[in-house]
Ligand binder design. Structure first.
Ligand code: GLN
Length: 452
């Protein structure tokens, strides 16, 4: 099988199923087929592990000359003039990008219903959401359209859709992967990460995209370990903490059972687990929505009709041009976050909201540090329940926000976490979350691989 055949399989599969799944926004077929032809000339001895693999990229990661919309009307016709670092790295690994993938507008959402263009569906049952905001990436992998995809995770946007779609998704440690070329939502939380079918694929892909990047001052100058080598199958004596907050009220019975079943498997392999506590996680959701919205309100100020994308026709002075461009270009959820963030940052309220939220964030980080002095990984469910029906939560932003209660503390602490499939309930996948120490993705992979 050559690369052209692989690429052909992807486009055929997309032609067959994407009218139902609706994962892709833009296909890059001509360039992908040209690249495949070139790769078919490469000598066998020079091929790396990801050689020729087709992939899809979430539409908030910029791709030179390939429309990048963030699923927003305001960037509907935005053609970036450079590639994100992860895109350059994927090209360096001689993979082939098939196209760009749907998401919640500017990565704000948990269901893909906030896309300005289309609602991606869950491939296991198309009446259900695929999760979000990287729901398109998870659905594309689950539906077999591409073997892997990139997503981004600010409060759970890789792990929650991976859980809902029955695939493997990792949010790396903050700083592990360059954010250069990721359209910023909340810069202190955002990370790009791999979504794949297996733990092994995930390890290979992280290795390809991770590493220090001079263009991102928050990327860590640390060596990238060969993650594949951490899949030793060996977890004797490994210590697992299971937070009582992650298996208590609000988490469904089937989810709890799936987690205990997984812990049994790991115990049989020689790991030990104990209940622990992350007491401040009950404040995580509130702190996250203040911090993420505050950063978003600053980051999204750049979309003003002057520099990028959409500009209103309906204005005869500069101020109206700004106002009407933003009023017409942004969707409801994005406006809600901008208003919330602008309010939280305004003088007089800054100390009460933004500063307080940052203090809570420090306490949440300390919760994790405390547990990690005695345990190697923390395990719990990725989400309280399996996927919900399309439309079920659209009228109630707060219930939608509550969906991320188990993923958000991880972003606030900056630690890495992976979701992998751990069962089904009524035909819908359940996700197990494995959380690791800062920059210790290797141990997460080792445990995930033993379980898988
Ligand atoms: N669902 C969360 C939000 O709406 C997380 C999004 C994300 O991780 N990008 O903010």
């Amino acid at each position: 099988i050559n690369v052209s055949d692989l690429v052909d399989v992807s486009y055929k599969r997309i032609a067959d199923v994407d009218s139902k799944v609706k994962a892709f926004l833009t296909l890059d077929e001509e360039r992908a087929r040209d690249l495949a032809k070139k790769l078919d000339e490469v000598d066998a001895s020079e091929k790396g592990v990801l050689f020729g693999m087709p992939n899809g990229i979430k539409d908030n990661i910029v791709t030179k000359g390939l429309r990048t919309t963030c699923s927003s009307k305001i960037l509907e016709n935005f053609d970036p003039i450079y590639d994100a670092t992860v895109v350059t790295k994927l090209r360096g690994a001689e993979t082939v990008t098939i196209g760009k993938i749907n998401m919640d507008e500017f990565a704000m959402g948990s269901s893909n219903e906030n896309s300005a263009f289309q609602v991606t569906t869950n491939p296991w049952n198309t009446d259900y959401v695929p999760g979000g905001s990287s729901g398109g990436s998870a659905a594309a992998v689950a539906a077999g359209e591409v073997p892997f995809a990139l997503g981004s995770d600010t409060g759970g946007s890789i792990r929650q859709p991976a859980a809902y779609c029955g695939v493997v998704g990792l949010k790396p440690t903050y700083g592990r992967v360059s954010r250069y070329g990721l359209v910023a939502f909340a810069s202190s939380l955002d990370q790009i990460g791999p979504i794949t079918r297996t733990v092994e694929d995930n390890a290979y892909l992280l290795e390809a995209i991770a590493g220090h990047c001079p263009a991102d001052s928050t990327s860590a100058d640390l060596p990238v370990p060969p993650y594949r080598e951490s899949l030793t199958g060996e977890i004797k004596g490994l210590r697992i903490g299971v937070p009582s907050e992650y298996i208590g009220d609000g988490v469904s019975e089937e989810m709890r059972k799936a987690v205990f079943d997984a812990l049994n498997v790991l115990e049989k392999e020689g790991a030990v687990w104990e209940e622990v506590s992350l007491p401040y996680s009950k404040y995580a959701l509130a702190a996250y929505y203040v911090i993420a919205s505050s950063e978003a309100s600053a980051n999204l100020a750049r979309f003003d009709g002057v520099r990028y994308g959409y500009r209103t026709d309906n204005a005869d002075n500069l101020l109206d041009m700004y106002k009407n461009t933003r009023a017409e270009g942004f969707g409801d959820e994005v406006k809600r976050r901008i208003m919330l963030g602008t309010f939280a940052l305004s003088s007089g309220y800054y100390d009460a909201y933004y500063k307080k939220a940052q203090q809570v964030r420090t306490l949440i980080k300390k919760d994790f540090d405390d547990v990690f002095t005695n345990y190697d990984v923390i395990i719990g469910p990725t989400t309280p329940t399996p996927a919900f029906k399309i439309g079920a939560k659209t009228d109630d932003p707060l219930t939608m926000y509550a969906n991320d209660i188990l993923t958000i503390p991880v972003n606030l602490a900056g630690v890495p976490a992976l979701s992998l499939p751990c069962g089904f309930k009524d035909g819908l996948p359940l996700g197990l979350q494995i959380i690791g120490k800062h920059f210790d993705e290797a141990t997460i992979y080792r445990v995930a691989d033993v379980y898988e």
